[in-house]
Ligand binder design. Sequence first.
Ligand code: ASP
Length: 326
Amino acid sequence: MLARQCNSDAQTFRPTVLVHGGAGAIRDENVANARLGVKRAASKGYEALQQTGSVLDAVEEAVRLMEENPMFNAGYGSVLTWEGDVEMDASIMHGAHLEAGCVSLARDIMHPISLARLIMAKTPHLYMAGEGAMRLAAAQGFNILPKGALVTEKALKHLEMFKTNSNRTQGGQLYGPPGTVGAVAIDACGNVAAATSTGGLMGKLPGRIGDSSVLGAGTYADNESGAISATGHGETIMRFNVASRILTLVQHGNQTMQQATEHVLQQMTKRFNETAGAIAIDHRGQLGIYFTSRRMSWAYQQANELHSGIDAGEDVVEIVGEAPNV
Ligand code: ASP
């Protein structure tokens, strides 16, 4: 049984679904669509939480919507390897018993996040990659798309530009157009979950795996501390163990989630001169949203409030349809 035991007395948390659509140099002309994409995903996740009461459903549904959206670097619209292919990483985790599923080098499926969940739910394993993972997906009825179906014109154009650009490290463009996606959620009983899905870094070598599918780096969830999804330079996020560090500060360092998120990302950027962002919910339901990159699109829904932002310090609030308690 995944969910924490929860009777009506224990329902003390405000159900929330918080998503991001990637850290980096989001171009001005993409700001409106990125915001729309994350707002829709947050609402979709919140709707799933209301309908099924499952934080796993909430984060999976939110991420699935963004995987379908070519605006983001996940599923359809993923960035391309140096050889022009899509290779995706994803992970999902539930904070009650620390169950998790991770997948790397996923190809030709729209929803790597659902494959990660399937690995969690239906195999004795936690992490699968490449050929074996794709055979599992096919055997379990995933729609295997024709080769190249996830490759967009935009991704091809960006790879071309990347290959001809001699200075690939400038202006946050090192890893191409931003757009890794992630979600974290908490239910009324304090169960948390996290999910992250990505096409990785543009122009990466085939076989490269980033932080998004690595627990403690790009994704983590523990009901005793909180849930995190990170985005940014994966090699650095893994080296700095970003998700674990943030949660440790919350659990043992007496910091709020916002303080811990800011502290760890600032430290990472200071030490490595690479940028990242993260969204987080702690075990009390407090949020952390921060990035050291130029921008990061994010949104969350809590009851009838839909918050969103892209630039530092921004928090636009809209009132959406009255939401009943979860
Ligand atoms: N963290 C992702 C990776 O390195 C990329 C990103 O978040 O933009 O694969």
